[in-house]
Design a protein around this ligand. Sequence first.
Ligand code: MN
Length: 321
Amino acid sequence: METFEKIINLIKKYDYFLLVIHENPDGDTVATSLGLQIALNKIGKNVTTVCKDDVPKPFAFLPASKNVRKDFLVGDYDVIIVLDCGDLRRTGFPDRLKDFARHKKRLINIDHHPKNDLHKVANINLFDESAAAVSEIVFELIRQLHIPLDKDIATCFLTSLYTDTGGFKHSNTTPRSLEHASIWLASGARLKTITKNISLNRSVPSLKLWGIALSRIHKSSTGLVLSVVTREDMELTKATDDDLSGVVNMINTIPGSKAAVLLSETSDGRIKASLRTESDKIDVSKIAAFFGGGGHRKASGFTIEGSLEKGENNHWHILED
Ligand SMILES: [Mn+2]
């Protein structure tokens, strides 16, 4: 049986659905999930979205974003759908999902990340690495379910695509992506609200933090562009972790940049690295995987133990604990 058909059969047969989105959620995972939730509600299904972490402020405008829960009882659900997670650990609930897949055999993984351990655990994998955002895959699913689009679903899907393509600037944007964007706009997606909330709503603390990060840019002779942000910077500017999103894309816009890396200290005393490249010859997901992280060829990340310290001549060092 074809994958879509298998999933459609499960959706038709069962009533209680849990949608799992990845930790430190981005616009793709949050918005695709909310869009799918609204769509499944329309055909009478009970749907919960769960995320280990809070939904970042820029996505609070999305319909139903306030209903995202932080925990769940596995026994309450017939089917679990994991969206955009990349690997099992990023779901935030690896053990429960493994158990569910083993016993109930109704764990569905919908993703556009390269194949990973989640593929082995999930009972059904709906996977398309050529999709710029997971909403492009989920849209096909709700199309095959004959669920009509409305402006809320369309806004969610467009938000997902807008985020994962960097506002249609990244090279993962395909003709199909723009076709989808066009369909969603025609269905009432609120593009202006999306751009306002995601790209334009920069608070004073956020811009001050960006200022610090931009002032520390270092471009190496090999074309690697680096910058760092410490906890002290966050306290000084009163910015939050959400305010960092977009910085690494910005520093990657420097002419001649082969790849960009932003290192930032996390609230739990570690260092997060965000990697970007626009080059077809560089695969930053391999670098991230080397350090136990993951992501896409052109956007990835990882976290390591340690802290950042400024040395002589404005050189920064990673201190291991
Ligand atoms: Mn994604």
